[in-house]
Ligand binder design. Structure first.
Ligand SMILES: [Zn+2]
Length: 54
């Protein structure tokens, strides 16, 4: 019932990823709920770094 914080594919935990900054596999993004939201924010700036200034 609680949110998943460990990848079911590689077993990497959310805390580990936040500490190291590396995900274990692509599945981490899909299976770890807290990660999906945090990663979205983390990578949002990088992915849109080419955005034109206002
Ligand atoms: Zn994984």
């Amino acid at each position: 019932m609680s949110l998943k914080d460990i990848c079911s594919n590689c077993g990497t935990s959310y805390k580990e990823i936040m500490r190291t900054g590396f995900v274990g596999c692509e599945e981490c993004y899909r299976s770890i709920q807290p990660l999906t939201e945090n990663v979205r924010e983390l990578f949002d700036g990088k992915m849109h770094s080419g955005r034109s200034p206002k």
